[in-house]
Design a binder for this molecule. Sequence first.
Ligand code: Q0Z
Length: 287
Amino acid sequence: MSETTVHLGSGKVRELYALDEERLLLVASDRISTFDVVLPTPIPDKGRVLTGLSAFWFARTRDIVPNHLLALRDDGRSVECRRLEMLPVEIVVRGYLAGSGWKDYTATGKVCGHTLPAGLCEADRLPEPIVTPATKAETGHDLNIDEMEAARICGHERYTAAREAALGLYRFGEEHAARRGIIVADTKFEFGVDPDGAVVLGDEALTPDSSRFWPADGYEPGQSQPSFDKQFARDWCEASGWDKTAPGPELPADVVGGTQARYVEAFERLTEIPFENYLGEPEVVLA
Ligand code: Q0Z
């Protein structure tokens, strides 16, 4: 990286740099978070899996919505992207009832202003995917808001364009993944606006960190579903007696290896590209 590459910020598991006035560099680390805490033990290749998967989706969804991807770097974990004016809300699409959606439904029968049928169980598939925006809280958890509020915050025209793009992206990704044995229960998108005023998909998309991936094999509504990628790490953390406050525990080698294998499995199932090929030439995901 050149001396003039400015570090703009750190996410829990990613770093953001400025390349110039128009371009940013997004770098995915091998850090893993569970129960909202970043663990001290990296998962080898996790950052490459996420970057490769996200680039795979970006290349295949350009006809749904334009995206910020300019180039995938040879390290497999970095993408150069167009600098956008980001919308101040995250757009979550939910096809299944999990997480805060399930919580809100049990309390009120509604999720972000969407009244859902009575009698749904945890992890049930919804009759139709719903869009549940959230404001990006600087610290702590995102705050769910209804679509009226999101439209006021973003501007009605921008919000409508982003929510239609998000639904199209979710439907595409969910169907593609389901055919390969992975349920995309929900997923979060971040959009921005380019200098022409067009709504553009930014950040990462349809990765296990921005989505809930469940194994289709063994799917059983009425209980919480195991995470496709993080379940080994979560189970080990639960059994360890850790109180879920920082710092998290070091993961033993077998849990690291099992978790790494699940990330690679998700990559290979979804892309149908051997992960080894990606390591040799990341651009294989763009073909
Ligand atoms: C993404 C984030 C990370 C910390 C800003 N294309 C874009 N244009 C303008 N801004 C962003 C993007 Cl992707 C942007 N984030 C999220 C990523 C570390 C925060 F790696 N923040």
